[in-house]
Every structure is written in structure tokens, then in C-alpha cells.
Design a protein around this ligand. Structure first.
Ligand SMILES: [Zn+2]
Length: 358
């Protein structure tokens, strides 16, 4: 199998980069459809407009779910207006929707994440949910976003919970890529792992442990520091490249399982992934000291390490079993693990993590 690394066309990160937006989109055309999160629209509509300096921008408010219906609605607007570039500004679901709309309308896409909560901005993948917010499927796209623009000043002003969630999502990257390195399974990028992808995943993990705490403090004060810049890069670029070209495994499969449990719906993707990373570590029988280190990291940042912190008030075995079954679904990434994993094993690991976390 050929080694494949996928990446966005260009990645731009820095304080105040939004004001140069026009410069970055010059090669793509004049008519832009902005798919914008409602909160982002309220806060940054003017900045987006003035950053695009003279381009024609149609702003559409994102409806809230990256569902097939919402994607079709926006694609229709793009078609009717002969749009030349899709711009997605907001969180993970807004971004995933923008990427999907760009795919269906065969249009280039620029992604402007306004939070560093997931590794969605850089990847050629959209997660599709039902209109009720239950995981439905992965939409694999033929191309990564053409441009990703991350204004760190905006990220610093966003609620800290998102930055921490992004660290939860990024935490899984190294462990999942390592599992896939063992199985030599085909990554989402469509080939076997490059050394580069695994190294980026490792750099992601090391950066989190080293700068995570300091970055959280900076974000709490809404200031941009080098530590915050590094964590934003880890959450967005390193984790994005690492998961896409390194592979997903148990952690994201367990996360997908948790979305079947109503009680966890208030928890972010990254919060569920952080807990699910611990579940993967238990399944793998990792060194207790290493597991302890990751527990300490999560607790230090306020990422959930117990089921009650995940929103599960009363632990019912049949509910956990439902999560476990869903995480072992035929087409999910649990099967990228280097050994066979049964729903029973997943259920036990989920409960074990809860006990360790108390
Ligand atoms: Zn993720």
C-alpha cells in the first residue's frame, strides 16, 4: 500500500490574520458564500466583511446541525448564486457543513475556525449527524480545505471550554495513530501511514502535556501567548494531520458510541473523546503510569474522567452496553485496533475508567 499524507492547501495562523483575508482568497474568485455560526455572525460579521475587502459575500447563518438537510439547503443557495468560494466560519459542525457544501457544489472552500475545539478544520472529512444530533456517518471528501485561516485573537476570546475540548480531541490523535501503526490499516487519507503522520501525532501529544495548562490560563485571560499559539496549532493542525493520515481507532469509535446516549449530548466532541481515549488506553492495557499521566492531564484541565462528568447520572449497565455495541458497529474505527475488541470489553473498560477517575 502506498504511503499517503493529506493536508490543507494552506494553513495560516496568527493574531489578527482575519484582516488580511482578502489577500488569501484572491486566487479563488469574487463571489463567496459565508456559512457562519450565528454567534460568530453577531460578533465578527463586520470583521469578515472588511477582511474580504471588496469581495462579494453572501452570509448565511448555519442552522445548527451538519445534517444532510442543512447541507442541501446551503448547497442550493450556492448554486443559485454562482458561488466561487465557500467560506465556513464557526465551530466543528459549521466547518463540516461548509466542507460538505463545497464538495456537493464542486467549489473551493476556506475554513475559519473560531474555536479550537476539534480537528475538523484541516481534514477532508465531514461528520454527518441526524437533525436530532445523533452521529450518522462520515462523509469522506476527495480534497482537504483549500485554505484554513485561524485568527488566534478570536480563539483566545472564545469560551475556554472549547479550547480544552480541542485538547481532549487532540489527546486521542497519538494513541489512535499508534494503534493504526501496529495494524498497518489504511488511514482516512487512503494509504498507509507516513513517518511524518506518526511524528506529528507524537508532537501533538507532547505539546499538549507541555503547554496545555499554560494555554488554558492564557485563554482564561483572553490573551494570546506562545503557549496558546502552540496549543491552537496542536488542536487544529497537528491533530488534524495526525488523525487523517495516521488513522482513527477505539477512542473515536467509543465517542461515536456515546452519541447514542442522550445524557451525553451536552458534552462536546472533545470531552467525549478525552474520556474515550482513557477507555482505549485501558483496552490496550497501557502502562499504569502512562494512564495515570493522562488522567492527571485531563483532571488538570477539567476534562471528564468519570461518567457523571460526562452527563451520565445513574450508571445502568444496559445503557453502557448500548454505547459499547454502537462503538463496535461494523463500519466504525474500533476495527482498526490491533486486536479483536468485543462490546463486552468496551463496556468493562468504560466502567473501569469511571472507577479510576473517581
Ligand atoms: Zn475528533
Amino acid at each position: 500500500m502506498a504511503r499517503i499524507l493529506a493536508s490543507p492547501g494552506k494553513y495560516i495562523q496568527g493574531k489578527g490574520v482575519l484582516k488580511d483575508l482578502g489577500k488569501y482568497v484572491n486566487d479563488f474568485g469574487e463571489r463567496i458564500l459565508g456559512i457562519i455560526d450565528p454567534v460568530v455572525k453577531e460578533l465578527y460579521a463586520e470583521e469578515l466583511q472588511s477582511g474580504l475587502a471588496g469581495k462579494e459575500l453572501i452570509m448565511e447563518t448555519f442552522g445548527g446541525e451538519s445534517s444532510k438537510k442543512e447541507i442541501e439547503r446551503l448547497a442550493e443557495i450556492a448554486r443559485q448564486n454562482n458561488i466561487e468560494l465557500i467560506m465556513g466560519a464557526g465551530g466543528g459542525k459549521t466547518i463540516d457543513t461548509a466542507k460538505a457544501v463545497a464538495y456537493y457544489t464542486k467549489t473551493p472552500v476556506m475554513i475559519i475556525p473560531t474555536i479550537a475545539a476539534t480537528d475538523a478544520p484541516c481534514s477532508a472529512l465531514s461528520v454527518i449527524y441526524t437533525e436530532e444530533g445523533v452521529f450518522e456517518e462520515y462523509l469522506f471528501l476527495p480534497r482537504n480545505p483549500d485554505i484554513v485561516v485561524v485568527d488566534t485573537e478570536i480563539i483566545a476570546r472564545a469560551p475556554v471550554r472549547y479550547l480544552v475540548s480541542g485538547m481532549g480531541d487532540a489527546l486521542a490523535t497519538y494513541f489512535e495513530a499508534s494503534a493504526c501503526a501496529k495494524t498497518k490499516v489504511q488511514s482516512i487519507a487512503g494509504g498507509s501511514q507516513t513517518m511524518t503522520a506518526l511524528s506529528l501525532a507524537r508532537l501533538c501529544y507532547d505539546t499538549l502535556l507541555k503547554y496545555g495548562h499554560a494555554a488554558k490560563k492564557a485563554a482564561e485571560a483572553s490573551v494570546v501567548t506562545e503557549a496558546l499559539e502552540k496549543i491552537i496549532e496542536a488542536n487544529t493542525l497537528l491533530s488534524g494531520l495526525g488523525f487523517e493520515s495516521g488513522g482513527l481507532a477505539a477512542a473515536h469509535a467509543v465517542h461515536n458510541g456515546f452519541t447514542a446516549l442522550e445524557e451525553t449530548h451536552d458534552r462536546t466532541h472533545g470531552e467525549k473523546v478525552a474520556y474515550s481515549t482513557l477507555v482505549q488506553m485501558v483496552l490496550e492495557d497501557r502502562d499504569p503510569e502512562e494512564i495515570e499521566k493522562v488522567f492527571a492531564f485531563c483532571k488538570g484541565l477539567g476534562l471528564p474522567t468519570t461518567l457523571s462528568e460526562l452527563g451520565v447520572k445513574e450508571i445502568k449497565e444496559e445503557d453502557i452496553m448500548k454505547v459499547a455495541w454502537a462503538s463496535c458497529a461494523e463500519d466504525d474505527t474500533m476495527h482498526n485496533m490491533p486486536f479483536e475488541i468485543t462490546p463486552e470489553m468496551v463496556k468493562d473498560a468504560i466502567i473501569a475508567v469511571d472507577r479510576l477517575g473517581r
